[in-house]
Design a protein around this ligand. Structure first.
Ligand SMILES: [Mn+2]
Length: 337
């Protein structure tokens, strides 16, 4: 069961030291929703301060931090307020947060080392849109909609927090990220309505796309070329896949940030029903699934300890790439269309 937005708002209002975070290897939705929430809560804080002023009430000014384990990817630094995002490795304050808000993360482990900042008395709010979410929070809101950013848009509306350019631009980027710029199956009528409302605050879609998508490095493009020329296809299962080792990545001068979107690109092969992109990561393998027709990749990722959505899901495992493929092929129904 979800908590009501009003309950979540009450918890936020009563908390003074608030930590916002999202998943490791942050994407446009983790960054966009987190930044939007940081800016929105800052506005809420100012409003509460004004309301209590001169009434003899003791108002405790809120401390708001948005901390992620990993660096902000280059293509998200265009967000006007991205400088406010902190990296876990640079954070050294000792105080305990009384509230931690986890965004876009299906389970607590997804936030990585930021989890270490949860103290004994820290309450956790979990706001997410992955159907595999295990409801790890003291308060949970899991919606089966396009993005965490879209959930926050609804939340701000109900909480009466007026948007501004910075908030709108962040939410728009989150929605663009998770809908693949309005082309995935999660692109509903409401997504378009939400996007159109965000444009009222001066968001320029072509600027977002220029900065977010059309800023790929030479290494990323070379890596893309390698993947497109060497990918494998299992005809019987309509499965297209590619495995890249850390050695191959560094040989191309590319990093893990450069692998995003490659699974989706492989799915564009006309005969493919499911794509799987596998990447070696510090002795483990990270996998990312995309599905074109009716194969439920949330269920397939679940076999390897992961999850996500029916048409897009991921996992991290200690198994080898051969073992992974074996498990997937055994459990995938034939065909797919
Ligand atoms: Mn998301």
């Amino acid at each position: 069961m979800n908590n009501k937005f009003s309950e979540i708002l009450e918890v936020i209002k009563k908390s003074n030291r608030i930590l916002i975070t999202g998943h490791t290897s942050p994407d446009g939705d983790a960054i966009g929703s987190g930044l939007a929430l940081l800016l929105a809560l800052n506005k809420l804080n100012e409003t509460l301060k004004k309301q209590t002023e001169g009434r003899g009430e003791i108002y405790l000014d809120k401390t708001l931090r948005f901390i992620l384990e990993d660096k902000t990817p280059k293509n998200l630094k265009f967000l006007t307020h991205s400088i406010l995002i902190e990296e876990f490795g640079n954070y050294d304050s000792k105080y305990e947060f009384d509230l931690m808000i986890c965004l876009d993360s299906g389970n607590f482990d997804r936030i990585g080392r930021v989890g270490e900042l949860k103290g004994e008395n820290t309450k956790v709010i979990n706001i997410d849109h992955h159907i595999s979410n295990d409801r790890f929070g003291d308060y949970n809101y899991v919606g089966d909609i396009s993005s965490t950013s879209e959930i926050l848009f609804d939340f701000f509306k109900e909480a009466g927090i007026e948007l501004d350019h910075g908030i709108a631009e962040s939410l728009y980027t989150g929605i663009v990220n998770d809908t693949g710029n309005f082309k995935h199956s999660n692109t509903t009528k409401k997504v378009f309505k939400t996007a159109s409302e965000l444009l009222e605050y001066g968001v320029e879609p072509d600027e977002v796309i220029k900065n977010f998508f059309n800023t790929k490095s030479m290494e990323k493009l070379k890596l893309t070329g390698r993947v497109l020329s060497d990918f494998k296809f299992v005809d019987s299962h309509k499965l297209v896949y590619y495995y890249i080792s850390e050695a191959e990545l560094s040989e191309l001068g590319a990093g893990k940030d450069d692998t995003g979107g490659l699974g989706e690109l492989l799915l564009s092969y006309e005969n493919a029903s499911v794509s799987l992109f596998l990447r070696e990561d510090k002795g483990h393998i990270k996998g990312s699934f995309r599905s074109k027709y009716d194969v439920d990749v949330n269920a397939l990722a679940g076999l390897l300890g992961g999850g996500g959505h029916v048409k897009a899901a991921g996992f991290k495992t200690d198994k080898t790439s051969d073992e992974i493929l074996d498990i997937i092929i055994k459990n995938m129904s034939l065909g797919g269309e």
